[in-house]
Ligand binder design. Structure first.
Ligand SMILES: [Zn+2]
Length: 452
């Protein structure tokens, strides 16, 4: 495919009159700013384009409870009472429900400019806690949803074995999550074989995930991660202060400290949340080349706390963003809240520039870090509009209210910090144009909401 963009976000800045060409596999083979008119003949004309972003953390089924857990009939609502309510829905979601929820959710992600999602998937067994005839039955529902809407997918079958530190086995509410390193590796293998056999490996791959340190013992973490190849490894870690305290009581180490000391971490690793992480731990994450997946709206919704973003930026720690429980599906809002949380806490402005002596564009720092970290989370070449990277493009509607009258050099800042959010005009994944929404997807989602 051949495109000509009036403006394109290339190497962290706006370039003008950019000729973009993708190969037959869906990767960029030519990127030329300031292209002459003769070179762009026959190209599809686009206005202002940015790379697609990776949504690095998703539990698709939780989209079904977005907005439904803000009413409480008991005092002391917290993460753990939210989790009980989430479990009640998790016990009712069948493969058809999951496909309908994920199809609608992924179409919403496309509409906001995400072109890839990492699905942290632990709903493996049927509602009785038995294996489906195909152990990957629920996984395929998510794969079908992604294929239908055209979003890229990194499947992360998730290992979940224990209900807590020193509490082996699962409770009855967790029966659908039951898994072993072997069952997780089997699902990973099935997805990779399917992607290769169907020629979809540019858009579909699989890593593995460990639910959390409280849910998986050390020996099983090592069994899983030593056999999962070079694919991404994701883990929830240090989201809640109670989890940190339990980990210290059980192991003598804080959760991230424990990972740094015992998990043989490297650039495959993506630590989801890492909310309660100290300065030395952030330094350790950077040294081991692991990445952190921040989910600001979910972390705010659940009352988790604030990650120390200025310190992460100072240490050049890699990070990406995810929408996790999907109370929000818009990347600009995730980045805005990430910055605003720190501003409110530090009572300073433009905190993402503190490591640059306060100089530059906050939008540029936030967006570029998310793009680069997203590629590590997905385990695919998704590092922006650059040679060899997947040909994902998001065309921004410059008529969006948020962007009216904004000069091009401030557009990225306005895309994040002016609301209501900008609109997406066109979207391409691996060089193919995606339809962002279909009525039948909405109808199937509404039907599922009534059934759950
Ligand atoms: Zn999560």
């Amino acid at each position: 495919m051949k495109y000509k963009a009036n403006w394109a976000w290339v190497d962290g800045a706006w370039a003008a009159n950019v000729l973009l060409e993708s190969d037959t596999q869906g990767f960029w083979k030519r990127i030329q700013p300031n292209a002459a008119p003769a070179e762009t003949s026959g190209a599809e004309q686009l206005g202002c384009v940015v790379p697609g972003l990776v949504n690095a953390h998703s539990h698709a089924f939780q989209r079904a409870i977005a907005g439904l857990t803000e009413h409480s009939s008991q005092s002391g609502d917290d993460f753990w009472s939210w989790r009980d309510r989430m479990y009640r829905v998790a016990l009712r979601v069948g493969p058809d429900h999951l496909e309908a929820i994920a199809t609608w959710l992924y179409s919403e992600m496309l509409q906001s400019g995400y072109t890839h999602v990492c699905e942290f998937h632990y709903l493996h067994r049927n509602p009785d806690g038995q294996n489906y005839a195909d152990a990957a039955e629920m996984t395929w529902a998510l794969v079908r949803a992604a294929e239908k809407v055209g979003i890229g997918l990194t499947m992360l079958p998730t290992l979940y074995m224990n209900q807590g530190f020193g509490q082996p086995g699962l409770n009855s509410m967790q029966r659908r999550f039951a898994s072993t390193p072997e069952s997780i590796l089997g699902i990973q293998q099935s997805v990779i074989e399917y992607a290769n056999a169907s020629g979809k490996q540019a858009c579909l791959t699989s890593g593995v995930a460990i639910h959390s340190l409280r849910a998986v013992a050390e020996i099983e973490i090592l069994n899983l991660t030593s056999s999962s190849g070079t694919a991404p490894v994701h883990i929830h870690v240090a989201e809640q202060t109670k989890e940190v305290a339990d980990c210290v009581a059980h192991t003598g180490l804080r959760p991230v400290e424990w990972l740094l000391a015992h998990a043989n971490m490297d650039a495959r690793w993506n630590l989801v949340h890492a909310t309660h992480t100290s300065v030395p731990e952030i330094r350790g994450i950077q040294v081991q080349q692991a990445s952190v997946v921040l989910c600001p709206t979910t972390e705010a919704n659940l009352g988790d706390g604030l990650f120390d973003l200025p310190e992460g930026l100072l240490q050049k720690m890699r990070w990406s963003i995810g929408t996790d429980s999907h109370v929000n599906r818009n990347w600009a809002e995730e980045l805005r809240l990430l910055e605003y949380g720190c501003r409110l806490s530090l009572r300073k402005r433009n905190v993402s520039l503190l490591h640059l002596n306060g100089l530059g564009s906050t939008g540029q720092v936030l967006f570029e870090n998310s793009v680069q970290g997203g590629s590590q989370a997905a385990g695919l070449p998704l590092s922006g509009i650059a040679l060899g990277q997947r040909a994902d493009l998001v065309e921004i509607d410059l008529d969006s209210h948020a962007l009216l009258g904004v000069p091009v050099e401030r557009l990225m800042d306005a895309m994040i910090f002016s609301t209501p959010s900008f609109e997406v005009r066109n979207l391409f994944v691996a060089g193919k144009k995606c339809i962002q929404q279909k009525m039948e997807w909405k109808s199937a989602f509404l039907k599922t909401m009534l059934e759950l």
